[in-house]
Design a protein around this ligand. Structure first.
Ligand SMILES: [Zn+2]
Length: 269
């Protein structure tokens, strides 16, 4: 028996179903504005309301993306349960989901914490982002429509306004959203989910390793990427995206800061 075929036969319908379901949800659910992602103000829509588990996951992810939750922060189950008026079991489900996407670390007998990341893991996240988002920009340049360019321009204007207003939370969210929007414009929700996940992790990295990359700098790099997309120049768009991600990474202090112990303890002569 050909195992390969058996696996394909078993898995394909399931995968197709999942993709169709995601696509359908995507067309039903309106995109939520940044203001709906507050940890303390769960927003409940009367129709098509997501489950409470999803709401908790979204709120915590939102707080991480907007850099309002520091890495290492303890996520107290009872507090979260009180905010959302749910049982701790529901909170635990949400925390398990966040642990699977590595935004939360679960420690036996100690509870849940906003994840911390090693410098090596941080490098790997940026390496993956360069690979994926470079290709994404190249692909998008080949098929972007005028209406989509207009959508990106509107987003850039929102970024600019938030930077000008010194609205830290707003601009942090908008600058991260830029990358997810590019993935959405390709119509690939699996990719959009991957990018959203990588972006959340990048935000944790930026908090941990003191990013010196300014919002203004990111904003002007985003403008250059959109200009290349507008010219349908895939090579330039990919290169600018890769450079943008590299410059964000370079502005992190990823080098180990712990000094050479022997050198520190050696008596001075
Ligand atoms: Zn960016």
């Amino acid at each position: 028996m050909d195992t390969h075929w058996a696996i394909r036969d078993l898995r394909c319908p399931e995968l197709l179903y999942t993709i169709r379901r995601i696509n359908r949800l995507q067309s039903i659910m309106p995109r939520k504005p940044a203001s709906s992602l507050r940890l303390v103000e769960p927003v409940r829509t009367p129709r098509d309301a997501p489950s409470t588990t999803d709401q908790i996951v979204e709120s915590i992810t939102g707080a991480i993306v907007e850099q309002r939750l520091m890495p290492g922060t303890k996520l107290v189950e009872q507090q979260i349960a009180d905010v959302f008026s749910v049982s701790r079991t529901v909170v635990r489900q949400a925390l398990n989901q966040l642990a699977r996407s590595r935004l939360v670390t679960l420690l036996p007998a100690r509870g849940a914490f906003v994840a911390t990341m090693s410098a090596e893991e941080a490098r790997q996240v940026f390496e993956l982002r360069r690979l994926v988002e470079g290709g994404m920009a190249r692909e998008l340049a080949a098929r972007i429509t005028d209406a989509q360019i207009a959508q990106l321009r509107a987003h850039l204007q929102d970024e600019r306004d938030a930077v000008k207003r010194s609205d830290v939370t707003g601009r942090t969210r908008l600058l991260a959203d830029f990358h997810v929007i590019l993935a959405r414009l390709l119509g690939n929700e699996v990719l959009a989910e991957l990018i959203a996940d990588l972006l959340s992790r990048s935000q944790l990295i930026a908090l941990m390793y003191q990013s010196g990359h300014s919002a203004e700098h990111s904003q002007s790099e985003h403008i250059e990427i959109v200009q290349a997309l507008e010219k349908r120049d895939g090579r330039a768009a990919a290169k600018l995206m890769e450079q943008h991600i590299t410059s964000v990474e370079r502005n992190l202090r990823l080098d180990p800061r712990s000094p050479d112990l022997a050198a520190v303890l050696r008596p001075k002569t």
